[in-house]
Design a binder for this molecule. Structure first.
Ligand code: NAD
Length: 494
């Protein structure tokens, strides 16, 4: 079977919601979307509030019944490890589904994104029987033994974007399950087929059905899930605008726990005390233009010391051209297309508006398919209040500013509504420490960018979000700590 026929068969096989007790979806309305890769997509079912309520009530029932919540930790670990093995054996299908739905390159999904999601799942699975509840012996609070038990919250709503579907899905679902919760997933309308397959594989691995379900649909389905009274926690990744709406809605009738991973406009600082100017330039090009710039933590504002600026720009311009997009199913560079035509139009309009304000790109070119993708573009010396610098474009547009000191670089990098990530290149450890302490972001990379393993917390401040993904820190988003204070009889205390 050729690739297109295989993609069509997989899209058909994994096009339905995965909800316990519901198999007939003939009454559910549909919406037609277009594949950036030019493959015919089946109409997508847009789950209504009633369908969402059914999924949530099944999740509640599974949680109450307690088969998963009360299972031995090693048993939960084994289910998650089996799930990881099954996902790995379906890497090619998962990658193909995500490629044809999102336009990101097949090579990129197969080699990087899907393996990264599976590795994250294995990391969380291994954590399942290694976390311990804390306790205070009687000497701390005289006459009392206190146990701090980490307990699940109940039903978790996991709302996922399209740009790295399996990775973000695992970052939410694995720790939520590890804490003993039941999860209802709402994938993006632009990337759900692969996650429908992933959820079915979890059941095959031994996870009770109601413990993990998936509703398909657009923002209206996500909003219905957010509003469900039985949802105890909303873990969202997506734009800051949607994140703010969810934060307000989550406190309307009852207080629901929220974890929000939102947008970014990250800074990349290069000091005159760095001797790795070429390496810094190629690192910036890779991270700014990878996946057509559709990465939340992409560094899109660079601040380069004037003494090294010219050399930096020569290398950066050469490197940027290496990230020219090509058709996602055949791409040689690993960079595919933008998510949809509207995103291409939105970014192109921002470039037209910038030209009207007098900003000319230092680098730009016609893309191979101008309705589907955008060639990397570079702008020089754009002030922070300009929309090119202040708004998240989520496209391959990079600003490089000349600065005369690292103090100026830090001040300007912090002059942003966002606070997701940043990078500083310097050979001076004192400068690295001082700059990283002053940058207002969730992560700072020194002499690198984006290289943070599963044990490193990830998440922003300011409009970039609330809470952390990955690492043991993320467990706080999906659990609460109950303090059990046991008064001991005088005879019990030695
Ligand atoms: P989006 O906000 O449009 O959608 C994200 C998800 O929310 C989708 O599943 C969507 O259907 C759903 N949704 C939309 N409106 C909703 C509502 N009112 N209630 C509930 N759910 C709703 O974002 P997107 O276009 O899918 O993703 C791109 C954005 O995500 C960018 O801003 C990017 O920076 C951000 N992002 C952040 C991170 C991070 O970890 N910080 C990671 C990836 C993407």
């Amino acid at each position: 079977m050729d690739t297109l026929a295989r993609a069509a068969a997989l899209l058909q096989a994994h096009r339905f919601p995965v909800i316990e007790g519901l198999e007939d979806f003939s009454q559910v309305p549909t919406r037609q979307f277009e594949s950036p890769a030019g493959v015919a997509l089946p109409p997508q079912l847009i789950c209504s509030a009633d369908v969402v309520r059914h999924a949530v009530s099944q999740a509640e029932a599974a949680h109450r019944q307690g088969q998963w919540r009360n299972a031995e930790r090693v048993a939960r670990k084994n289910v998650l490890l089996r799930w990881a093995d099954l996902l790995q054996s379906h890497t090619e299908e998962l990658a193909l589904l995500d490629c044809v739905q999102t336009g990101r390159s097949l090579q990129n999904f197969t080699r990087h994104s899907i393996p990264k999601g599976i590795e994250a799942l294995r990391w969380f699975a291994e954590l399942a029987d290694k976390t311990e509840d804390r306790s205070l012996a009687e000497g701390h609070v005289p006459g009392f033994l206190t146990i701090m038990r980490r307990e699940p919250l109940g039903v978790v709503a996991a709302i996922v974007p399209w740009n790295d579907p399996l990775v973000v899905f695992i970052w939410k679902v694995a720790p939520a399950l590890l804490c003993g919760n039941a999860v209802v997933v709402k994938p993006s309308e632009h990337a759900f087929h692969s996650l429908a397959l992933a959820v079915k594989l979890a059941h095959e691995a031994g996870l009770p059905f109601g413990q993990l379900q998936l509703v398909t649909g657009d923002g209206s389905t996500g909003a219905a899930l957010v509003r469900e009274p039985a949802v105890a926690c909303i873990s969202f990744t997506g734009s800051s605008a949607t994140g703010k709406w969810i934060a307000a809605e989550a406190s309307r009738d009852r207080l629901k726990r929220v974890s929000l991973e939102c947008g970014g406009k990250s800074g990349f600082l290069v000091s005159n005390r760095s001797r790795k100017i070429d390496e810094a330039a190629s690192c910036l090009a890779k991270n700014a233009f990878y996946n057509q710039g559709q990465i939340c933590s992409a560094p899109t504002r660079a601040y380069v010391h004037a003494e090294v600026f010219e050399r930096f720009m020569v290398r950066l311009s050469a490197e940027a051209n290496r990230y020219a997009p090509s058709h996602p199913l055949t791409g040689q560079t690993g960079v595919g297309y933008m998510i949809h035509r509207e995103a291409v139009k939105r970014v192109n309009q921002a470039l037209v508006d910038a030209a009207q304000r007098g900003h000319r790109p230092a680098l730009s070119a016609e893309a191979v398919d101008p309705e589907r993708c955008i060639h990397p573009s570079l702008f020089v010396d754009i002030p922070e209040h300009d929309p090119l610098a202040s708004q998240e474009l989520f496209g391959p547009v990079l600003i490089v500013n000349r600065v005369t000191s690292m103090d100026e670089a830090v001040h300007r990098a912090n002059d942003s509504a966002f606070g997701l990530a940043a990078g500083i290149w310097t050979d001076d450890l004192d400068e690295a420490m001082s700059v990283s302490a002053r940058l207002q972001t969730g992560t700072v990379h020194v002499n690198s960018y984006g290289e943070d393993g599963n044990q490193i917390p990830f998440g922003g401040i300011k409009d970039s979000g609330i809470g952390k993904e990955k690492s043991v820190d993320t467990l706080s988003s999906y659990s609460h700590v109950k303090s059990v204070c046991i008064r001991l009889s005088p005879g019990d205390v030695p």
